[in-house]
Design a protein around this ligand. Sequence first.
Ligand code: DQA
Length: 141
Amino acid sequence: KKILLINGPNLNLLGTREKDIYGTETLEDIARKANAEALKHNMDLTFIQTNHEGEIIDKIHEAKGNIDVIIINPGAYTHYSIAIRDAIKAVEIPTIEIHLSNIYNREEFRKESVIAPVCVGQISGFGSNSYILAINAAALI
Ligand code: DQA
């Protein structure tokens, strides 16, 4: 199985950014753990990060025909990017939404995900283990 894991805006700052909420691991640390987990399941993982909405959309489009499951942490785009939602819907690739933090126990504006309704499911609140759980979920779908 081929998995594309997309990290959205500001996730390149993990390890230094709001450590009380997002932890001390860097995105590179998480990528290493995610790769090891994917290997256990014999899956081929592509792990990317971008701060640009259009680039996320391009990557989702390019996944069509090449990728079996998309895992996405859309960062703040979670809460308002109808364009990313439409791209996921358009390519018809099973998609799993993930978050390090629990988006339901924070500010009101984080409680809505416009992405979740077009996803198979959402994993939120387990820190970097949200990534590990999502890779296991991807192996099952
Ligand atoms: C996040 C939650 C979002 O609300 C926030 O904007 C992020 C990170 C998370 O992984 O917990 O950038 O997606």
